[in-house]
Design a protein around this ligand. Structure first.
Ligand SMILES: [Zn+2]
Length: 319
């Protein structure tokens, strides 16, 4: 009987565990890391925050489960990108069902379009990228808007505004958190400008996808990348590899970049090719907050932490 009771108790506990897991209700739900991290920084412990994308998962492959949709509909604030990766399902499955009195919605691209700069993923300045037949394909705005620090400021301002709207009693705390956050962004911005101004190089080579138009434009950096935007091609053709190799050789480049969670296949090919030609380069990660790895997520790494790592890598790459 004792044994039986014990078993029952274990079962009971795991049942609680299960329900509390599947009903995980948070005040602020974001589709991606940027919305999640910015809202955590502004809400601190006044509101709970979560993201739908699992750490390590590919942003552009994500689609919501029924439970995810329930989580969004039960939230007080829902933050999505509003671009290629989430606008279709959000517009179809969320916006028509949402109770605007209960849930405030923030689209990162809307926030930026209403006060910042936007860029097309199709960037004519990058030279390695081949000109694919440009049929009637609509030009798409780069959705990775958070990679500009000025855009980040616009976004945290908006998040703060919405939090005050739904929880005015804590208004002063939200404002204080926002002001501190904007101070950190400003400091980071100055440090990045400092590194760039002290260098006589200004070309970054990415042997990878390139969700960083906003970053390079903000600092007038030149770049070359294996793929435009987040084009999901996994293999680069020999011409692309050759283009990257020549860029490195002709510009005295010592670092080639990949983005987080990359397989680094192209980067390794380029590195080996350069090695065969007597030139050594280092492969480094540039964090684009496309998503975080499980490890980094568990460590609680933030946008600011990642940008600080980028700052260190930039210092090496531009030296
Ligand atoms: Zn992307």
């Amino acid at each position: 009987m004792k044994k039986f009771l014990g078993l029952f108790f274990v079962l009971f506990l795991s049942l609680i565990g299960l329900t509390s897991c599947s009903n995980e209700k948070t005040n602020i739900v974001s589709t991606c890391f940027a919305g999640y991290d910015f809202s955590k920084a502004i809400a601190k412990d006044l509101k709970t925050s979560s993201m739908l994308l699992a750490p390590g998962e590919e942003l552009h492959d994500y689609s919501p489960s029924v439970a995810d949709i329930e989580r969004v509909l039960a939230s007080e604030v829902f933050i999505y990108i509003g671009g290629e990766s989430d606008s279709v399902w959000v517009e179809k499955q969320i916006l028509p069902r949402i109770d605007n009195e209960k849930t405030k919605v923030i689209s990162l691209m809307d926030v930026v379009l209403n006060g910042g700069k936007t860029y097309n993923e199709e960037d004519p300045e990058s030279s390695t990228i081949e000109n694919l037949e440009e049929d009637s394909e609509e030009e798409e705005l780069d959705e990775h808007v958070w990679n500009s620090l000025s855009n980040a400021k616009l976004i945290v301002n908006k998040i703060c505004e919405v939090l005050i709207e739904i929880d005015s009693i804590n208004g002063e705390s939200y404002k204080e958190n926002r002001d501190n956050y904007i101070n950190s962004l400003n400091e980071l911005d100055l440090n990045i400008k400092d590194v760039i101004s002290k260098s006589n190089k200004n070309l970054l080579v990415f042997a990878d996808r390139f969700p960083l138009l906003y970053f390079v434009k903000e600092y007038n950096l030149e770049y070359d990348a294996a793929f435009k935007g987040c084009e999901s091609a996994k293999e680069a053709n020999p011409k692309t590899i050759e283009g990257l190799v020549n860029k490195v050789l002709n510009n005295n480049i010592n670092v080639i970049f990949v983005i987080e969670l990359s397989e680094s296949k192209i980067a390794n090919t380029v590195k080996n090719e350069l090695h065969n030609q007597g030139m050594e380069v280092e492969i480094m990660t540039f964090y684009t907050m496309h998503n975080v790895s499980k490890d980094d997520y568990n460590k609680g790494m933030t946008y600011i932490d990642f940008m600080k790592l980028n700052l260190k890598s930039l210092e090496i790459a531009l030296s």
